[in-house]
Design a protein around this ligand. Sequence first.
Ligand code: NAI
Ligand code: MG
Length: 347
Amino acid sequence: MRIAVFAGDGIGPEVTEQAVRVLEALGLPGLELVAGDVGGAAYRKHGHPLPAATLETARSAGAILFGAVGDFTLDHLERALRPEQAILGLRKELGLFANLRPARVFQGLESLTTLRAEVAEKIDLLIVRELNGDVYFGEKGMRTLDDGRRQGWDMMSYAEDEVRRIAHVGFKAAMGRGKKLCSVDKANVLETSQLWRDVMIEVAAEYPEVELTHMYVDNAAMQLVKNPGAFDVIVTGNLFGDILSDQASMCVGSIGLLASASLAETSFGLYEPIHGSAPDIAGKGLANPMATILSAAMLLRHSFGLEDQAARIEAAVAAALADGIKGGDLGGSAGTREIGDAVLARL
Ligand code: NAI
Ligand code: MG
C-alpha cells in the first residue's frame, strides 16, 4: 500500500510527522510512504504550488495524507500560483467529489463546546458533502440593468448522475456506521433539491438496511444545535454542506481535532485536517496533530478498507484525550510530539 504524504506549509510538516509515526507503528504490510511538495513550500522549490512531479506521485499512490497549505508571505502572487491552489488543483485533477467530515465530542472535552454537556456528549455524526457541483460551479454573471441597478446571478444545478454518485457515498458511509442517513435539501422551494430528493429515494432501494430521512436545510441547521446527537450521517449538496459542516465542526470544541476526507469515485482519496497552516504557531512544536492522526485513520478506512486499524487509531486518540493529554487548542499544555507519543503509547 502506497501513501503519498504532502506535508505543505506552516504546521503541516509538524502534524503530518506525527501521523506518519502512527501509521508506521501499525506494522501494515507493504506500507510505502512517498513524500511530495505542495503549497508555498513547493512554490519556493519549483515555482509552482502543485508541481507535475507531485501530481504524478499522487497518481501513483492509493491515497494522499495532506497537511496544510497557506503562506501569507506569498499573498502577492497571482491566484494560480498561491499555495491554496495545491488543494484545489488536486481536487480537480483527481476527481475528488465527495467531502467527508466526521464530528464527535470526545469524552473529557464536553466542556469545550458551546452546547450543554448532555447535548454535546451524544454528538457523533458524519457530514458527506458534494464538492464539484451546485451553485458554486453553475453559470454566473454580473450586469447593469437599464435603470442602472447592478444584478448578479449564480445558477444552482445538479445532474442526476452527480447526485447519484454522492448518494452512494452517503449510503455506504451509513452502512459502516449507524445505518441512518439524513438527506438535507430545500425541496419545498428548489427544483435542484426536488431532483436531489428523487435520486436519494431511488438509490435507497439498493441499501435496504439504511434508514433514509429527508430534512430541509433550515431545519437541519436548527437540529444541529438543538439535538445533534440524533444524526448519524448527513448527505447534502455543496452549498448546504459548506455551511453545515463548519457549523457541526464547532459543536466539537476545537479545530485541532477535526479530520476530513475528499474521495474520488474509486477508492482513492485525500485526507487532511480541516485546519490550515496556522502561521501563528508554526515551527514551535505547539500544534495539535490529532486532526491529522484522525485523518490517517480515515485514510485506512476509506481507501484501504482497514476498518480495524482505523478504529485502533481513533481509540488511541480518544484514550489520550480521556487521560487528559491536551494541546493548547484544548486549553492544555501538551506539545506536538508529546501528543504523538501519547497516541502511540495507546495504540
Ligand atoms: P488556521 O486553521 O490555519 O488557524 C486558525 C487558528 O487555529 C489559529 O489561531 C491557529 O493557531 C489555530 N490552529 C489551527 N490548527 C491548529 C492545531 N492543529 N493545533 C492548535 N491550534 C491550531 O486558519 P487561518 O489562520 O485562517 O489560515 C492560515 C492559512 O492556512 C491561510 O493561508 C489559509 O489560506 C490556509 N488554510 C489552508 C487550508 C488547507 O490546507 N486545506 C484550510 C484552511 C486554511
Ligand atoms: Mg467552509
